[in-house]
Write a protein that binds this ligand. Sequence first.
Ligand SMILES: NC(=O)c1ccc[n+]([C@@H]2O[C@H](COP(=O)([O-])OP(=O)(O)OC[C@H]3O[C@@H](n4cnc5c(N)ncnc54)[C@H](O)[C@@H]3O)[C@@H](O)[C@H]2O)c1
Length: 263
Amino acid sequence: MSINLDGKVAVITGAARGIGAELARDFVQRGAKVLLTDIAEEAGKATAAALGDNAAFAQQDVSDEAGWPGVFDQCEAHFGKADILINNAGIEVTSFITECKLDEFRKLLDVNVGGVFLGIKHGMQRMSAANGGKGGAILNLSSMSHVIAGACFGPYGATKSAVDKLTKVAAVEAGLLDAKIRVNCLYPGIIDTGMQDKLGQDLLNLGLFPDAQALQEYIIGRTPLKRTGTPEDVAKAAAYLCSDEAEFITGVGMSVDGGMALG
Ligand SMILES: NC(=O)c1ccc[n+]([C@@H]2O[C@H](COP(=O)([O-])OP(=O)(O)OC[C@H]3O[C@@H](n4cnc5c(N)ncnc54)[C@H](O)[C@@H]3O)[C@@H](O)[C@H]2O)c1
């Protein structure tokens, strides 16, 4: 099944690099128009420019509510509407709960939970049938850290569990509001991006693994599909959940982890 996104317009946050950049590339290739947003302006502009006329960039800090209406204004100005919102922007802290500074935890909450909360809130308002839109789809990036209880992923995992809860309640509320918006989330596992490079280094610095090879062997040994994931793996799942092929699917979390969370 080849997923087609012809005619769709998507807002993708945190799209300057990593998974978000690949989501944008993949969606454009499947026929969508994409407004990429990111706090990193120069990198975001460059990523969008490389995708041609079907992509544009808007600078945004997802944790700042004042910026959200303008993001949808810009999307509508460029591409006439918005059908899809992917709340992808996120940050990561690898730390034992006992070692995590309250400020670090608050920052995680602000970006990973606050950003998704605001995206759902404003996305629902702007895309809902009641507001004159035709409805659409919201996809949130949770994490395998929601599914499993991994040491050093308490603060980060707590934010990703909150994303899971926001997803499921938003799916229910969209029904009550007759918004015609499907809301789903993904639980990516170990996906090769800059965030994952930092996380691996953090685990080594914390002394949980003697070296990079031992960490890699641990990961592969626990993963039924015997490899780490790529942003392309995440994009394929995202394209499906945001497409009309998934028209009867809402309120689900889909693992993209090669089976690693199964234990
Ligand atoms: N890489 C993984 O293994 C993995 C696994 C599970 C979940 N995830 C989730 O997937 C998403 C993308 O992860 P990634 O690996 O591509 O990360 P990344 O660090 O490579 O990219 C994240 C992007 O978000 C942007 N960003 C950070 N704070 C922002 C803010 N306040 N406002 C707007 N943009 C902001 C960054 O500038 C960056 O471009 C995150 O939500 C992450 O938690 C990643």
